[in-house]
Write a protein that binds this ligand. Sequence first.
Ligand code: OSB
Ligand code: MG
Length: 376
Amino acid sequence: MRIDALDLYWIKMSMVGEFVTSFGAVQERDIILVRARAGDASGWGESGVDGVPLYSYEDAATCWHIIEDFIAPAILDRDWPDEGIGAAMAQHFSAWRWHPMARAAVEEALWDLEANLRNTSLRRLYAGGRESRERIPVGISLGIQDDFGLLGAQISEALEQGYQRIKLKIEPGKDVGVIEKVRGQFGDIPLMVDGNCGYSREQGGILRDLDPFGLLMIEQPLAHDDIPGHAELQARLETPICLDESIHSLRHARLALDYDACRLINIKASRIGGRSEAIAIHDLCAERGVPVWCGGMLESGIGRLHNIAMASLPNFQMPGDLSASRRYWHEDIIDPEVTVAGDGKVDVPDAVGLGHRVREEAIQRLVLRSASYSRG
Ligand code: OSB
Ligand code: MG
């Protein structure tokens, strides 16, 4: 099969509230959307890029450049299999170095295109014939909040809304004291923290001081390129370490597990270069008895629906960072938006493709730049 065209949209969406991590505050998101078209069918994907190169070295401009100058010409230039096009793309680009968020966005669009062409749901396509769940548990990720009264109110609200696990962002100086207060006020709720690479090896003692609080996990406390440091730290911690920023490929995942650098992995397809590689990490972890969960990049509804479909696979054992649309956006770009039921679960759509309509009229209103590349 041939891809007729790839459409790119650079949109800006402003968030309901500011989101603060050890990298800084985010109030607006620059998002690159990709639409792949073949005949009358199309499919949508989203890149997880940030406005600033902190979580990842990629930003919206590098993502645009890599897709425009390299990926689009390569995609439009060749024949693709009718089935397994996402995996075929991953294979074709496997020798290309880095730029995972650019590759992931295009690969997602191809998976959705295939789902639409084959009249099946993304959930079934990602599951590839395996069991997948109809509803999945979700958690919420709350940014650093200097005012404990406000943080407490956000936690209460999230618990009332049913979220099955609370993740708090931490940084040096805003960690042990905050967790102590949260445990004091909320007792034994399912709680975890995310350091976003904010701690040095020398600050490992602070992380050990978190051990008595029975956290589900500590996510990525040390530098992104310090797998051995995480191994050393894990050996001295009771609390499981979960890696996020350190894992960009199946090879990284294998390395981290071989070194016992973590007991869990946060899977984000955008960080890993696509859904095929993400699912391969899911499968490796399943073989090794290591649970995974689906992380988020403050996605719009398009990336969120891809995440939800993927997270229906069986080894996504812990609640994901897959909150409701309204936790992030005044108005999402899908209809209906994603909602979380009172039991803290979201439905995994089983309708064709994404299972929700993409609101192209909203995308047109939010767009900063668009381009279309067609077969020559
Ligand atoms: O480290 O998991 C992270 C958001 C942006 C960048 C990195 C991270 C996050 C989150 C929010 O924690 C997850 C979400 O709700 O999308
Ligand atoms: Mg993280």
